[in-house]
Design a protein around this ligand. Structure first.
Ligand code: AHR
Length: 667
């Protein structure tokens, strides 16, 4: 070997030495965590594993989370929503004190073309109040969604558009009225414009009522047009104007959801092409939004629109996950599953250019600078900062047809090209297996779609048989967003079966990147889908045991998952357990599920964690398998918090039909 050769050789050995040393260091650091002595630092869990799915189903939006108290505020209800509905549904024409006049619904000169119907009142004679006991005048009255709930001392913000069609001003009384006729609040307004003008009044209730009405009474003769008559409690979630019902919104915030998917569900792809949810129709001033039928059998005002959804996500610290139609309608359009309806319809190819632009515009609207066309609209609505949109869902459990495939690909390619920073989520049909599921996944593999949305509603027994579903998913393929799942029912046994299933989601939090229970809300007497997370009426809400399970998993989420900490009897399919660590607090979190009807002992071994604080927190949800929370007994099943004495090794006896969360400090 020459001198030169020797030098190169020793340089080479030095280089190899450095590489080996570096590798050693990195392997060592991979194999340790501050709290683990075992050389096992656990498996990373998706930071967005547990979130929420909101769909406007079961009166979740209008009459629900959206705090508007007036039903059919813009006179846009129609027989297309429901056979027996029309522009004046939920309103009443009233002429107290022997007053008289006439009423009509007109469309010739609306506040905005998107909102064509309005009411015209011709006030011909107004009785003299002094001669009559009680009120007199010509007016209209709205009882809201099953009555208007008002609380003594609370303020309510009324607004309405009025156009004076007669020459002289008309005096109006704006009244909150109890069912017995008592006046709970009253303000006076005098019209002052022959153009549409927005009038506002603050009404403070003198007494409480659970079924009040809003009465607008003209008290002198003249002719007026009315539209968008709105009443909001002053107290909305985070005091947002055009905001959300605080108790319902808070119940969601309490879950600490990492993301919120909206606005559906089947609502997204709609019943027929004309019913697809178009995000641009749902932003801007409420009087300019396009209302439309809700395929669940009622009406969407779009008052809870894209701005409000994004704002709510921000208010609760969740990532927004909007889902846009994949340019096809729901395959069940026209009742296909029953009577062979119209099935899936696809947007004509010549409309695809505009449609793709609509998708791209959403990204600009959410994230673009205020100087951009759509970013400027976001700023004008009061949010100059970006909404930090990261994910966009395309399609909702669509039938995987050639029409779907070609359109999805067009959208996918366009978004990837212009916005590589956005992660698109594809879809794999409505079931956990079968034709659409297979085709959806094959399609995702073919086009390397980053995340695929799976949906399924099943019996609890199915959940228990499939606890290991994701253990064998190929980690090199698309990640899973389990966008909709539930076991059929809101009894404790359903919730605990879901808890066992969620252990599998945590264990597979490297491939299951997001999961959300469905549906979220259901209003009493307006429920189309029976298994739901939260039931409510105007005054109260019922948190199901399913809610408590979801909340316990979400609030006690970890960043890493550890195997072999909890030992179970392998043959017992009624038991499931996980151990995760929250790397921010350092807390180790155990979740122990017993779906059986006898107590079961689980062995916990935390020897690999350096320090364990013996003062641990213990939360247990348990009870009779068939018990459920109701409006009469909303707190029959609630998690019970207590302290627990933890040690490095202990046996824990789980109660029958229970989820136990044990949170142990390590610092
Ligand atoms: O969650 C209720 C419905 O179930 C959703 O709208 C749809 O996506 C699924 O079929």
């Amino acid at each position: 070997m020459t001198e030169r050769g020797k030098n190169s050789f020793s340089n080479f050995t030095l280089a190899i030495g450095i590489i080996v040393f570096a590798l050693f260091i990195s392997i060592k650091s991979i194999g340790q965590t501050p709290d683990s002595k075992s050389g096992n630092n656990g498996k990373k869990i998706s930071p967005e594993l547990f979130g929420l799915f909101f769909e406007d189903i079961n009166y979740s939006a209008d009459g629900g989370l959206y705090a508007e108290l007036i039903q059919n505020r813009s006179f846009e209800y129609s027989p297309t929503d429901r056979n027996d509905w029309n522009s004046f549904s939920y309103w009443e024409y009233t002429t107290p004190g022997y007053s008289y006049g006439s009423i009509s619904v007109e469309t010739s000169s609306p506040v905005h073309p998107n909102n064509p119907h309005y009411v015209v009142l011709d006030i011909e004679h107004v009785g003299n109040e002094k001669e009559h006991v009680g009120l007199s005048g010509v007016g209209i009255k709205n009882k809201g969604f099953d009555g208007i709930l008002v609380k003594k001392g609370d303020a309510y913000n009324m607004s309405m558009f009025v156009r004076q069609l007669s020459t002289a001003p008309v005096s109006l009384s704006v009244i909150l009225q109890a069912p017995n006729g008592d006046i709970l609040a009253e303000e006076k307004i005098s019209t002052s414009s022959t153009d549409w003008k927005k009038y506002t009044a603050k009404l403070t209730a003198l007494e409480s009522s659970d079924s009040a009405s809003l009465l607008i009474l003209a008290t002198n003769t003249g002719k007026l047009a009315f539209d968008v008559i709105s009443l909001f409690p002053e107290n909305t979630f985070k005091n947002r104007p055009n905001g959300l019902r605080p108790d319902l919104a808070q119940a969601l915030a309490d879950m600490e959801p990492r993301f919120i998917r909206f606005p559906g569900g089947c609502l997204v792809h709609g019943s027929g092409l004309g019913n697809m949810y178009r995000w641009k129709n749902t932003i801007g001033p409420i009087e300019q939004r396009v209302e439309q039928p809700n395929l669940w059998g009622y009406h969407q005002t779009a008052g809870l629109g894209y701005f409000e959804y994004f704002q709510f996500c921000e208010d609760v610290g969740a990532i927004p996950l909007p889902v846009l139609p994949a340019a096809v309608s729901c395959q069940n359009s026209g009742g296909t599953w029953r009577i062979g309806g119209t099935g899936q319809r696809a947007l004509p190819m010549e409309e695809m250019g505009d449609y793709i632009q609509e998708v791209l515009d959403l990204i600009e609207w959410a994230n673009g600078p205020v100087t951009s066309t759509w970013g400027a609209k976001r700023a004008a609505a009061g949010h100059p900062e970006s909404f930090n949109l990261k994910y966009v869902g395309i399609g909702n459990e669509d039938k995987i047809t050639p029409e779907f495939e070609v359109r999805f690909k067009m959208i996918f390619d366009a978004v990837k090209k212009k916005h590589p920073e956005i992660t698109l989520i594809g879809t794999s049909g409505p079931f956990p297996d079968g034709e659409d599921f297979e085709k959806g996944w094959k399609y995702a593999d073919l086009h390397t779609i980053p995340v695929i949305d799976e949906h399924y509603y099943k019996e609890p027994e199915w959940m228990l048989k499939n606890l290991n579903r994701y253990d064998t998913y190929d980690r090199s393929k698309s990640k899973v967003y389990l966008g909709e799942y539930a076991s059929w029912g809101n009894k404790l046994k359903n919730a605990i079966a879901e808890a066992a299933y969620m252990i599998g989601l945590e264990r597979n939090g490297d491939v299951v990147s997001m999961a959300s229970y469905a549906p979220l809300f259901a209003k009493k007497n307006h429920t189309q889908w029976k298994t739901d997370m939260i039931f409510f009426d105007n005054a109260s809400l019922v948190l199901t045991p399913n809610y408590h399970v979801q909340k316990l998993f979400s609030v006690h989420m970890g960043n890493v998952y550890f195997d072999h900490v909890v030992s179970l009897s392998a043959s017992d399919s009624t038991l499931a357990a996980s151990c995760v660590q929250d790397l921010v607090t350092g807390d180790v979190i155990l979740k122990l599920v017993n779906v059986g009807n006898v107590p079961a002992v689980m062995n916990v071994n935390l020897a690999n964690f350096k320090r364990i604080n013996s003062q641990a927190e213990q939360i247990v949800l348990s009870g009779p398998a068939d018990a459920e929370n109701t409006f009469e007994q909303p707190d029959l099943l609630v998690p019970v918090h207590s302290t627990f004495k933890a040690s490095k090794k202990f046996d824990y006896t789980t109660q029958p039909m229970s989820l136990t969360v044990i949170r142990i400090k390590t610092k």
